[in-house]
Design a protein around this ligand. Structure first.
Ligand code: UDP
Ligand code: MG
Length: 339
């Protein structure tokens, strides 16, 4: 890759939800990886309404390191909202979003920066291995992404999670997209900026367990599916047409039998079968409509995407109190939230 520009400053946006076991390790590994790049970097750590010690640990980091901003959401708004909060407050020439559980290795950032310097406006880090994931997660992911790409006609990259680098113009554009049902994995490619893909080896979680329950994952998939495409509406229209066509044929058959052979088609079975199929289709269709109505309802309320109980920004503090990360320890009782 030819170098076309030099990245001057990078901001890392990282959401944390009950990650007390991993905060410190993440910070140290990220600093080590970024120091090696020799560029000016900062962090925006977002506490997504953790109920454990996460916020206190993040604040303790900010006490020692003036490059660290800490945002805290009033409750658990979810991964996508936490990322949005971070992006809204991230300065720097480019921004990297990544998970705080060390499954997204900070060492991959070097290659992402190189791709940016070669001219890409967005760099997706794509998982090269998926061995340790359950077959259920693997299969659903594969089917889902294929379907989504077909329906939305957006170049959604399969295996690209929320580990990506975005240039300043891309971040500014994304900030303007305030939709409530956020599916960043679709919103970013939708913007259409030039992109590059780099690969990384996903590690096991450093601490704790996944915070993405099946419920949260299904909700995200639903947002991806319904907020990116009206394909489901076309589908129920087609289904309606097809059923009407079949009904017509059957009616003609019944009339012909009656008119020419003076017979009625007998049967409880056929009546019940038709009734069940048609009412099933109707219920599904109403359900699909309801998905869209629900999203319109959330959208017209116009509520903010997240609420902050703490906003502690690095750029508001002088650079002198910066210290090396090695000196950071975790004394108890420091880093109480400020207003
Ligand atoms: N996360 C979050 N809010 C949530 C769920 C997760 O901020 O409601 C964070 C979490 O702390 C982690 C990242 O999002 O930094 C990815 O979550 P996780 O590792 O649990 O997801 P998985 O790797 O299983 O997809
Ligand atoms: Mg994870």
């Amino acid at each position: 890759m030819d170098k076309q520009r030099q990245l001057s400053s990078l901001t890392l946006v990282v959401p944390f939800y009950n990650e007390q076991g991993g905060v410190q390790a993440f910070y140290q590994q990220a600093c080590a990886a970024l120091d090696a790049l020799g560029l000016d970097y900062r962090f925006v750590f977002v506490d997504d309404g953790s109920t454990d010690d996460t916020l206190r640990l993040l604040n303790a980091l900010a006490d020692r390191d003036s490059r660290v901003s800490v945002l805290s959401l009033t409750r658990n708004f979810g991964h996508q909202a936490a990322l949005t909060a971070g992006l809204d407050h991230a300065d720097g020439e480019a921004v990297v979003t990544m998970d705080g559980d060390l499954q997204h290795p900070p060492s991959a950032i070097a290659e992402m920066v190189r791709a940016y310097e070669a001219g890409a406006e967005v760099v997706y880090a794509v998982r090269a291995n998926e061995d340790h994931r359950s077959w259920a997660k693997k299969l659903t992911a594969r089917v889902f992404y294929r379907l989504l790409r077909r329906l939305t006609q957006i170049d959604i990259i399969s295996g690209a999670m929320d580990f990506r680098l975005m240039s300043r113009p891309a971040v500014e554009s994304l900030r303007q997209m305030r939709e409530k049902h956020r599916y960043l994995r679709g919103m970013v490619p939708w913007m259409g900026f030039s992109y590059q893909i780099v690969h990384y080896q996903e590690a096991e979680r450093f601490a704790d367990h996944s915070k993405y329950t099946w419920t949260k994952m299904l909700r995200l998939a639903r947002y991806g599916f319904f907020s990116f495409s009206t394909g489901a509406l076309d589908l129920i229209t087609l289904l309606g047409l097809a059923l009407t066509g079949l009904a017509m044929l059957y009616l003609i058959y019944a009339l012909v039998v009656w008119a020419f052979f003076h017979e009625t088609v007998p049967g409880w079975t056929s009546v019940i079968a038709v009734l069940l199929v048609v009412s099933g289709v109707q219920l599904i269709s109403v359900g699909i409509l309801a998905q869209y109505i629900g999203m319109i309802f959330e959208e017209v309320k116009g509520r903010p995407l997240y609420l902050l109980k703490q906003k502690r920004l690095a750029q508001d503090r002088p650079a002198e109190d910066r210290q090396d990360y090695e000196t950071v320890s975790m004394p108890s009782g420091v880093g109480a939230p400020e207003g």
